[in-house]
Structure formats: structure tokens, C-alpha cells
Design a protein around this ligand. Structure first.
Ligand code: NAI
Length: 318
């Protein structure tokens, strides 16, 4: 058995000065890759900056005989980060969009500044880095991207409306990159990790964190960005604490209604069970066939009129 290698490849890791990013950087360097260790070096709330975080990781990689170079830009300057890869190593093969911050506050007290900063780092930053790498990926007909979502984005999380919105945004972003990249052998996947870091130290107790090593997220990321993965793209993965699982959408049976003026709230209420019927689910990878539904809907008899149910005091339709 041989180990998964990344010789002659250039891996850019954003936010690689600590937590998950550091674990990625150390791993890929140990497997032969040249690594750009990007980190702005600020606080977990996005305040300040320092070259120290990235330098420490670069020193550790070099001391172990690996190849790495530091970059201290904010991910908002994606061009600068990708430029560091090109200038030092001549190419870029893998982009791990990992940098992140938190500005947790209840929605009632959220300020524009909290919303904007989160979106600048997570949404705009991931976009800028991928946008700068994209022409290289297309030209060489090879590229691998990991974007970083979060359970907060997938399921919502108290005090994290800004972060949740940005993190679910990574899912849509990744799905589109996977589609646009397919022709050029560019593979993009998105992970919702859970791991001990200075970020999770603010919300989880130490005994739980002990069992959530960042190193345990690395194997999934490594497998997805390896050249041997030519098919798994656009995947959403939960990963942490030794557990790895793919997530997907589920669509209920759904209701079809006659598309004329009998399509009223009452007509919908009568079919509300079908709207919510998951007994025979579909697992869609694209939107429903609305044109087909429209055609079928037109052929149906009109719904009976004048039978609006009493909606008063009803929480749900049924
Ligand atoms: P961390 O705080 O240990 O690491 C994030 C790194 O990103 C820091 O070193 C920070 O300096 C850097 N960074 C922040 N803003 C930056 C910017 N504008 N430009 C460049 N670097 C910047 O956090 P952790 O836990 O390792 O998080 C990594 C990613 O995983 C983040 O995107 C986070 O949102 C996500 N995540 C982590 C979870 C966890 O359980 N640790 C859960 C869900 C998502």
C-alpha cells in the first residue's frame, strides 16, 4: 500500500496559521506538496493582523524538510495569495478556502459591521481566492477546491445569523464551481467540519474539544483534492470527531395544482399532505421540472371552488 502523495503539487491553504488550516498545511507539506500558508493573523473576531501565525507554520514545515511559503494577506486579496503561489512555485493545483472568523451576536443586536465583516471574509474572501486561481486551473485543465461551510449554515445556530448565511452561501458557491469546472477537470467540494480550534474554544467545553482533533478532518479533504478523485464534485460533507458523512437534498412527493384561478390557498390546503409527504422521497440534484408541471397542471380539472378551509388560528395548513 502506498500513501496518498501530492508531490509536485502546489496547495494554497487560507487561514493556515492555526486550527484546521494548520492541520491541512502540515499534512500536505508532509505528503510532498509545496504549500502557501496564508494567514492574516488577527483575532477570531477579525481584529488586528500579524505575520506570526503564518510564519510559525512555515517554520514548522521547513524544519521537517517540507516546502512552504507564508502569505499574510486577508483572503479579500485573493490575487495576492494566488500570486504568492505562482511567484514561488510556478503553479497552483489545490485551493483550500478555510480562513474564517466569528462575530456572534443575537440577531436583535446584530450590526451592519458584524454582517459585513463575516461576509467579507467568508463569502467575498472565498470568491476572491477561487476567482484568482480559476484561470490557472482552466489553463492547466486541473484544479481542486475545498470550501468550508458549517453546521450553522446548514441548520442555523443561535447568535450566528451572519455566519450561517455566509456558510450556507459556500454550498451554493461550491455547487456552481463544480458545474462550471467539470469540463476543465476542476473538482469542488464543500465541508461542514467540526474540530477543536480557538474558534470552537469559545463555544465548547475542553473535554469535548479533546475528542475533536483537526487532524481527523484532514483525510477527507486529502481524498477529495487528490488527483485520483475525478468524479466526486459538488459534494457536501459533514466531518469531525472521526465521523464523515455526505449530505444531500430530499424532495417530498409534492402537490400538483390546476394552474387557473382555482389555485387558491384553499386548493393548496387540501393537498398540504402531499406537499409534506416524504414517504417516497426523491434526492434531486437540480430543480424540479416546472415546465413539465405547468403542462400537467393545465391538463387537470379545476379545483372545486368556494371551499376555502377556515384558516383562523391555524399554525400549519393541516
Ligand atoms: P481558527 O480561528 O483556528 O482558524 C481560522 C484562521 O483563519 C485563523 O488562523 C485566522 O487568523 C485566519 N483568518 C481569519 N480571517 C482571515 C482573513 N481575512 N484572511 C486570512 N486569514 C484569516 O478556526 P478553525 O476552527 O480552524 O476554522 C477554519 C474554518 O472552518 C473556518 O472557515 C470556520 O468557519 C470553519 N468551521 C470550523 C468549525 C470548527 O468546529 N472548528 C465548525 C464549522 C466551520
Amino acid at each position: 500500500m502506498s500513501e496518498l502523495r501530492f508531490d509536485n503539487q502546489v496547495v494554497v491553504v487560507t487561514g493556515a496559521g492555526g486550527g484546521l488550516g494548520k492541520a491541512y498545511a502540515l499534512f500536505f507539506a508532509s505528503r510532498g506538496a509545496s504549500v502557501v500558508v496564508n494567514d492574516l493573523g488577527g483575532s477570531h473576531k477579525g481584529e488586528g493582523q500579524s505575520s506570526k501565525a503564518a510564519d510559525v507554520v512555515v517554520d514548522e514545515i521547513r524544519a521537517a524538510g517540507g516546502k512552504a511559503v507564508a502569505n499574510y494577506d486577508s483572503v479579500e486579496n485573493g490575487e495576492g495569495i494566488i500570486d504568492t503561489a505562482i511567484k514561488n512555485f510556478g503553479r497552483v493545483d489545490v485551493l483550500l478556502n478555510n480562513a474564517g472568523i466569528l462575530r456572534d451576536v443575537s440577531f436583535k443586536n446584530m450590526k451592519d459591521e458584524d454582517w459585513d465583516l463575516i461576509n467579507r471574509v467568508h463569502t467575498y474572501g472565498a470568491y476572491k481566492c477561487a476567482r484568482a486561481a480559476w484561470p490557472h486551473f482552466r489553463k492547466q485543465k486541473y484544479g481542486r477546491v475545498i470550501n468550508t461551510a458549517s453546521a450553522a449554515g446548514l441548520f442555523g445556530s443561535f447568535g450566528q445569523a451572519n455566519y450561517s448565511a455566509a456558510k450556507l452561501g459556500q454550498v451554493g458557491f461550491t455547487e456552481t464551481l463544480a458545474k462550471e469546472g467539470a469540463k476543465y477537470n476542476i473538482i469542488a467540494n464543500v465541508i461542514a467540519p467540526i474540530a477543536a480550534s480557538r474558534m470552537t474554544a469559545t463555544v465548547m467545553p475542553p473535554d469535548v474539544l479533546e475528542n475533536l482533533k483537526p487532524d481527523w478532518v484532514v483525510p477527507l479533504v486529502a481524498a477529495l483534492v487528490h488527483s485520483s478523485n475525478t468524479t466526486e464534485s459538488g459534494g457536501i460533507y459533514e466531518v469531525g470527531g472521526g465521523h464523515v458523512a455526505k449530505l444531500r437534498w430530499e424532495r417530498a412527493k409534492g402537490a400538483l395544482l390546476k394552474t387557473d384561478d382555482s389555485l387558491t390557498p384553499g386548493a393548496l390546503a387540501r393537498k398540504w399532505n402531499d406537499v409534506n409527504d416524504f414517504s417516497k422521497p426523491e434526492y434531486p440534484t437540480g430543480p424540479a421540472d416546472f415546465m413539465g408541471f405547468l403542462e400537467d397542471g393545465l391538463k387537470m380539472p379545476s379545483a372545486p371552488k368556494g371551499e376555502e378551509p377556515d384558516f383562523k388560528d391555524r399554525v400549519a395548513l393541516v
